[in-house]
Design a binder for this molecule. Structure first.
Ligand code: PMP
Length: 304
C-alpha cells in the first residue's frame, strides 16, 4: 500500500503518497488507540460523490470524543480534506480512510503531551466480500472469539484497538474456507460480523441484533431507511445464532461490504441458500442511492 503514486492529506496538507510516513515510536502503533473511518465515494450519474460524508465525519469526531482524543480539525475541515483527497487523486470511485492517531512525541500509556495527527487516504477498492458474494451470498461461520464487552472497549467508537478481535475472528473462519466471521457478545447473543452489521428476515419482518457491543453502522442506518420506505419496520432484538439458522434471509451491511447476502451460517443453509427477494430489493435500492439514481436521497451525496 505504501509504494504508489498519489497524495495523502496529512496534518493539513497534501503530501506525496510515499512520504506519508510515521516514526516507529508512534504512540498509536504501540498502544492501539487511533480512531478512523471507512468511507466510500461512488461514480454517480451526476459525477463522483462521497456517500454520507457528514455522518462518517461526525462518527470520527464522536470516536475521538469517546476516547478523549481531541481531533485538531473542525468537522468542515475534515470533510473538505476528504473531498480534496478524492479530487487530488483523480478518483472516480474509491474507499477513503481518515485516521486520527497519537504521534511519536512520547511513550507510555498516558496520552498527555501526545499530539493528535490526522491523515486521509483514498484508493480504488472493489466489493470487499467479492462480486460473487454480492450476487450469490457468502458463507459465514460463528467465531469462538466473543465481541468486546461494552465495558472493555467502547463499541460506539471506530477505534483501531477494537480490530485485533475482528482479525482473530476473521482468520479463524477464513482459514477453514468461510468468507466472513460472525461474532457473539460475551453473553452469547449475536453482535455483528468482523466488519459488518447484520440483518435477518423472517416471515416478511426484518430484525437486527440489539446494538450493544456492535458498531452503529452508517450502512445499517441507510438500510433501515430503505426498509422503512418499503413499509418494512426493522425490529431490534436479542438474536441467537439459531435465530439466523432458521431465518428466511440474512445479510451483512458495511461501507466496505455494502449489502452482502449471507447464504449459509455454521453449515446451515439460510432460506433457499441464495440472495433472498427482500435482500435483493434492499440491495438494489442501496446501489441506486449510492450511485445517484434516487434523487430523493441526494442529500446523502457530497459531490466532489
Ligand atoms: N461493524 C464493524 C466492526 C465495522 O468495522 C463496520 C465497518 N465500519 C461496520 C460494523 C459497519 O459500519 P458502516 O456501515 O458504518 O461501515
Amino acid at each position: 500500500m505504501a509504494d504508489r503514486d498519489g497524495f495523502i492529506w496529512y496534518d493539513g496538507k497534501l503530501v506525496p503518497w510515499r512520504e506519508a510516513t510515521t516514526h516507529v515510536l508512534t504512540h498509536s502503533l504501540h498502544y492501539g488507540l487511533a480512531v478512523f473511518e471507512g468511507v466510500r465515494a461512488y461514480n454517480t450519474v451526476k459525477g463522483t460523490a462521497i456517500f454520507r460524508l457528514a455522518e462518517h465525519t461526525q462518527r470520527l469526531i464522536n470516536s475521538g470524543k469517546i476516547y478523549m482524543m481531541d481531533i485538531p480539525y473542525s468537522k468542515q475541515e475534515l470533510m473538505d480534506a476528504q473531498l480534496e483527497v478524492v479530487r487530488a487523486n483523480k478518483l472516480e470511485s474509491c474507499y477513503l480512510r481518515p485516521i486520527a492517531f497519537y504521534g511519536s512525541e512520547k511513550m507510555g500509556i498516558s496520552t498527555r503531551d501526545s499530539k493528535v495527527h490526522v491523515a486521509v487516504a483514498a484508493w480504488p477498492w472493489g466489493a470487499y466480500l467479492g462480486e460473487e458474494g454480492l450476487e450469490k451470498g457468502i458463507r459465514v461461520k460463528t467465531s469462538s472469539y466473543a465481541r468486546h464487552h461494552v465495558n472493555v472497549t467502547m463499541p460506539r467508537a471506530k477505534m483501531a484497538g477494537t480490530y485485533p478481535n475482528s482479525i482473530l475472528a476473521n482468520l479463524e473462519v477464513t482459514r477453514e474456507g468461510y468468507d466472513e466471521a460472525l461474532l457473539l457478545d460475551t453473553q452469547g447473543f449475536v453482535a455483528e460480523g468482523a466488519g459488518e452489521n447484520l440483518f435477518v428476515i423472517k416471515d416478511g419482518k426484518i430484525y437486527e441484533p440489539e446494538i450493544a457491543s456492535a458498531l452503529t453502522g452508517i450502512t445499517r442506518d441507510s438500510v433501515i431507511r430503505v426498509a422503512t420506505e418499503f413499509g418494512l419496520e426493522v425490529q431490534s432484538k436479542r438474536l441467537t445464532r439459531d435465530d439466523i439458522y432458521i431465518a428466511d434471509e440474512a445479510f451483512f451491511t458495511g461501507t466496505a461490504a455494502e449489502v452482502t447476502p449471507i447464504r449459509e451460517l455454521d453449515n446451515r443453509t439460510i432460506g433457499e441458500g441464495r440472495r433472498g427477494p427482500i435482500t435483493e430489493k434492499i440491495q438494489a435500492r442501496f446501489f441506486d442511492i449510492v450511485n445517484g439514481r434516487a434523487p430523493e436521497y441526494e442529500s446523502w451525496l457530497a459531490f466532489v
